[in-house]
Design a binder for this molecule. Structure first.
Ligand code: PEP
Ligand code: MN
Length: 376
């Protein structure tokens, strides 16, 4: 299925300061000083092509900070006038669209919660009719490619030709290292259906923490995404929203400096080189392996804490043997040698032991129990 979007190339509406394209700014505009000072530091890096800031914030629970509201538009005007950076805000209603356009906002984005609701998207699309403004559409909260495509189509049908998608990850019931599962396959699928539609990756909302951002940002570039949107705050420790995932402008600059833009990397729509294609498959699986091992360790830690809190001393002498036997049998069925599976599991097991020993030794718990408490 090829999708026919009537769009203009990204380069016709976004002046890229430096490759890769970077849109950055705070999750929320909080005060005029916070916004303007952050904007100045971001502009000074010379890497930022547009300033983002949420002024109407969709929050999961009422009572949380729901955005500073329309006054923030005045602050954005000032930030833009002083730095020369185009500005982007999230719009979720027709009124937001009207106010943002009246204030000269350069780029509008549709948030993940809005994309999940076709009524909301249609309301936004109707308000956009007759305006020539760039709009970027985040993927919906839930992993539903059709909803994402549908939102892009509604906006495009309203006459918006300066259009791009944002990949910000998807809600999942499975606990993982990410706040929102990347589910790269969905973004790749959108790219396959609409090769000309630019996709910008939002590592901040995928990760939910600062530490993983460089990996997701690099992966997005390796998958040939057109740019990044990353949250940056002058002092993340006191941010009113998404504090854990925001970066200072200088930390963001460091990350950007280290990213590699591989022009002819595997990710071009036609991968001619078989070896590159196979390697891309291995990279994907290795990423998953690391992710899954990390998730296993998180459970190991939970078991360690649980046993410690409950003073459990029940021996689990058979647990490790059972793990080994079951996995070796499964591995053999999948054509892995017994020696390999055993070595692989031993390695994971010894790390589990190290982790649980650490937990047990915190605040001085008797070492004699450790051996039996670690067979996760
Ligand atoms: C945001 O960009 O701050 C935001 C609310 O993101 P999302 O819609 O992706 O949750
Ligand atoms: Mn945010």
């Amino acid at each position: 299925m090829k999708l026919n979007f009537n769009i203009q190339p990204l380069s016709s509406w976004m002046k890229v300061s430096k490759e890769p394209l970077l849109i950055a700014g705070p999750c929320s505009a909080e005060t005029e000083e916070q916004l303007v000072a952050t904007a100045h530091l971001l502009a000074a890096t010379g890497r930022v092509s547009a300033l983002r800031a949420g002024i109407w914030k969709p929050r999961t629970r009422p009572g949380e900070f729901e955005g500073i509201g329309s006054i923030g538009l005045e602050w954005l005007k000032r930030a833009k006038a002083e730095t020369g950076l185009p500005v982007a805000v999230e719009v979720a209603t027709a009124k937001h669209v009207e106010e943002a356009l009246a204030a000269g906002v350069d780029i509008l984005w549709v948030g993940a919660r809005s994309t999940a609701n076709p009524f909301t998207v249609q309301e936004i699309a109707d308000a956009l009719k007759g305006h020539d403004v760039p709009v970027i559409v985040k993927n919906p909260v839930n992993p539903d490619l059709s909803l994402w495509i549908g939102a892009l189509e509604r906006i495009n049908n309203a006459g918006i030709t300066k259009l791009a998608a944002i990949h910000r990850g998807f809600s999942s019931h499975e606990k993982s290292a990410f706040r929102n599962e990347p589910m790269w396959d969905l973004a790749i699928s959108l790219k396959t259906h609409a090769p000309d539609l630019p996709i910008i990756c939002d590592p901040s909302h995928i990760c939910g923490n600062r530490e993983l951002i460089p990996y997701i940002a690099q992966k997005a570039l390796d998958l040939d995404m057109q740019g990044l949107i990353i949250e940056s705050h002058i002092d993340p420790s006191v941010a009113w929203t998404d504090a854990k995932q925001q970066l200072t402008p200088s930390a963001l600059n460091d990350i950007m400096e280290r990213l590699e833009v591989r022009k002819a990397a595997a990710g071009t729509t036609e991968v001619k080189d078989k070896l590159a294609e196979l390697r891309a498959g291995i990279d994907k699986i290795d990423d998953l392996l690391i992710q899954k091992v990390a998730e296993r360790m998180q459970i190991v830690e939970k078991i360690g804490n649980y046993k410690k809190e409950n003073g459990i001393t029940i021996l689990q002498v058979n647990r490790w043997e059972e793990i080994l036997n079951k996995r070796i049998t499964y591995g053999s069925a999948l054509k892995l040698s017994k020696e390999f599976t055993e070595k692989f599991l031993e390695l994971i097991h010894s790390e589990s032991i190290r982790k649980q020993t650490e937990i047990m030794n915190k605040d001085g718990v008797a070492g004699s129990q450790q051996e039996h408490l670690t067979h996760a």
